[in-house]
Design a protein around this ligand. Structure first.
Ligand code: PBG
Length: 323
């Protein structure tokens, strides 16, 4: 036998010398759920590693995360029902607690990088990412609303704007609106290939943002499609996106791979709530070993071609990495 691949696996010294993929806390983003008010932190039943929390708790969570090298955060607001309407007015209102939180975070923890969410669903009585007219999720009429949301978020100090709405033409529209308002250094991380997935369940529980009627299949992508992701990626690149995101991650590793091969922009992947919940539930039952499968899972997303991974396991990985 001339070739014996096992020789290159015989010691940790050799294994670590030839390891092809590396991951550190710098690659990870921690998603956080913001509640209005103060002194509240509620564990999400279907995603027990995450909580919805008020800003005072969130600042502490961010500081703890920064200590283990997690310095990027994606923040989602839980909007009380009384602030919701048809046209998501509250999303760019002066007294919006989400925008106020961004201003305070940038003042209190200037080294934290914060990423926003742009979509109508948390603010809309219809619970859809776009404007609903006569039962239809309309595209072009949604864009000016998203533009106002993006500009308000850039103004509040978000470093990166995260459009998760999947409307056509929104990246260009937002880029122009932000540039016109002077926010040309604010980045855009486009949810580029976002699939109509069942794995967003715990997230919708956390924000109470399930669609009021129907589903999201007329704007989020069909899980059966891969070539369509190339079209989305090409458009978002031309329209001025700074990062291309694939979401979910684990069931779409092939999509991460192909976008990384075909496009020069950095690739982000969102290890979504349901993907994380499955892992936690199996570990909780003692069926899987968390300390082994947690890093293995995140590494698989890196190996597929993601530069940046959004994951509810970010702080936990940071602790593991630094121990
Ligand atoms: C909403 C949005 C969703 C997620 C991020 N932004 C849910 C949805 O599209 O219904 C899901 C994230 C997760 O499941 O962790 N625009």
């Amino acid at each position: 036998m001339l070739r014996r691949p096992r020789r290159n696996r015989k010691s940790e010294a050799i294994r670590s010398a030839i390891r092809e993929t590396h991951m550190s806390p710098a690659n990870l983003v921690s998603p956080l759920f913001l509640l209005p008010g103060q002194n509240k932190s509620e564990v999400i039943k279907s995603l027990p590693i995450a909580s919805r929390m008020t800003l005072d708790f969130m600042l502490k969570e961010m500081e703890q995360s920064m200590e283990v090298g997690i310095d990027k955060f994606m923040i989602f607001p839980a909007i009380p029902a009384e602030h919701k309407d048809k046209v998501a007015t509250y999303s760019y209102a002066e007294d919006n607690f989400y925008l106020e939180a961004a201003r305070i975070i940038k003042r209190e923890i200037p080294d934290a990088t914060i990423i926003s969410d742009v979509a109508m669903d948390p603010y809309s009585t219809d619970g859809h990412d776009g404007l609903v007219i006569d039962g239809e999720i309309v595209n072009d009429e949604t864009l000016p609303i998203l533009d106002k949301m993006a500009v308000a978020q850039a103004q509040a100090g978000f470093d990166i704007i995260g459009p998760s709405d999947m409307m056509d033409g929104r990246i260009e529209s937002m880029r122009i609106a932000m540039d016109d308002a002077g926010y040309y250094t604010t980045s855009i991380m486009s949810y580029c290939a976002k699939y109509a997935s069942g794995f967003y369940g715990p997230f919708r529980d956390a924000l109470d943002s399930a669609p009021g009627f129907g589903d999201k299949k007329s704007y989020q992508m069909d899980p059966a499609n891969k070539k369509e992701a190339l079209i989305e990626a090409e458009l978002d690149t031309l329209e001025g996106a700074d990062f291309l995101m694939v979401k979910p991650a684990l069931n779409y590793l092939d999509v991460i791979h192909v976008l990384n091969e075909e496009f020069d922009l950095p690739i982000a992947a969102y290890h979504v709530s349901g993907e994380c919940a499955m892992l936690l539930a199996a570990c909780d039952k003692g069926w899987l070993d968390y300390d082994v499968v947690m890093p293995e899972t995140l590494m698989s997303i890196r190996r597929a071609g993601a530069d940046v991974i959004m994951t509810y396991l970010a702080k936990s990985f940071g602790e593991f990495y630094n121990q």
